[in-house]
Ligand binder design. Structure first.
Ligand SMILES: O=C(O)C(=O)C[C@@H](O)[C@H](O)[C@H](O)COP(=O)(O)O
Ligand SMILES: [Zn+2]
Length: 356
């Protein structure tokens, strides 16, 4: 079992990468002698619920699978389910699922009675490597990705890569894109390691999966500690590729493209834009595209089926923007991303016109 502690200001929590069953005592302690309220989705609960119930009594609440769960009606339903159970502020809620279950559950737990203790038990590569750590929560609204949310830090995160054995290959590849992100923003050595081992990781080798999750979680922990609530620009690096990605997801219709698929295209576009602006070598841009495409991820706007004209208006709503300027995370090369001051819209429009 590998473990690290995230120091989130007044709050600290452990992230454990290992077997769920080895964390039994931690889960039992957080449940405080009551059944653990577990928010999950039907497929995950059907496949893995018994594993959790073998460790401690659980009270499952099921929400729909994937992005459709992240909306106002499901947030209201979940909060009502908490109210029906008369949860108090000492009752721990566990999110047992992928990024969508984590985002929705985190938000409901943060809002209900101004905050319930929260455990993330991520079951997808994307959630284990990225979204379960850092305290971001969200639902989509008005057709825009993650428009409504808050920070609500978990009390514990447990990433058990054996849960990935049943994951659909498309979901696995999508999560892989966020792992690649960690290599691209600051850790060139991680990207090189993925170039060597990414295929084995996707094929199911557990030790490579565990190493990738561990490296990503460690990188994420250090970044979020430097900018707990996304204010000083340090954390914005984790949004590498996401300005394009969120626009692509919204334009495609939320839930059509998987988040990680959109991030793969978004990161390739961020490299291409950086190269076009003379900031980064074209060779790095091609290397990133080749790696992602070689492992079956989409890398072009054309593959997403999205009308490129829809993207710029959506990017105007990005959370990183300042005084109307679109602030991309750009790059000087593999492992060297930075938050730009803002790229002129005319340049972005011309880039999008030409981009593949
Ligand atoms: O935790 C963060 O900070 C991230 O930006 C991680 C992203 O991979 C994740 O998709 C996040 O939810 C995007 O957040 P948003 O603030 O752009 O909605
Ligand atoms: Zn993301």
């Amino acid at each position: 079992m590998k473990s690290l502690t995230v120091d989130a200001g007044d709050e600290r929590y452990d992230v454990l990468v290992g077997r769920l069953e080895d964390c039994r005592s931690r889960l039992v302690a957080l449940a405080r002698g009551r059944p653990l309220v577990v928010v999950s989705e039907p497929k995950v609960w059907g496949l893995h619920g018994a594993k959790l119930e073998a460790l401690l009594p659980c009270d499952p609440i099921l929400v729909p699978e994937g992005e459709p769960a992240k909306d106002w009606p499901h947030l209201r339903d979940l909060i009502e389910a908490f109210a029906e159970r008369n949860l108090d502020r000492q009752t721990t809620v566990a999110a047992f699922g992928g990024g969508s279950v984590g985002d929705l559950t985190g938000l409901a737990a943060g809002l209900f009675k101004r905050g319930l203790p929260l455990i993330h038990l991520p079951t997808t590569l994307l959630a284990q490597a990225d979204s379960a750590v850092g305290g971001k929560t969200a639902i989509d609204a008005l057709g825009q990705k993650n428009l409504v949310g808050m920070f609500h830090q978990p009390n514990l995160v447990v990433a058990d890569v054996s849960l990935l054995d049943t994951l659909d290959p498309r979901q696995l590849r999508a999560g892989y894109a966020e792992v690649v992100k960690y290599g691209l923003i600051r850790h060139e050595a991680l990207f090189e390691w993925l170039e060597d081992h990414g295929e084995k990781l996707l094929a199911g080798h557990r030790e490579y999966r565990e190493e990738a999750v561990w490296q990503s979680v460690a990188a994420k922990a250090r970044t979020v500690e430097a900018d707990i609530t996304d204010r000083n620009g340090a954390r914005a690096l984790l949004n590498f590729g996401h300005t394009f990605a969120h626009a692509l997801e919204s334009a495609a219709g939320l839930g059509t493209l998987l988040h990680g698929e959109a991030v793969a295209v978004g990161m390739v576009l961020a490299f291409a834009l950086s190269a076009e602006l003379g900031l980064c070598p074209h060779g790095d841009s091609a290397r990133v595209r080749d790696h992602l495409a070689g492992l079956g991820l989409p890398t072009t706007i054309a593959e997403t089926g999205v009308d490129r004209a829809a993207l710029l208006p959506l990017m105007r709503g990005d959370k990183k923007n300042d005084a109307g300027a679109i602030r991309f995370v750009l790059t000087r090369g593999i492992g060297d991303a930075f938050l730009s001051e803002g790229v002129e819209e005319a340049k972005v429009a011309a880039f999008l016109d030409r981009a593949a």
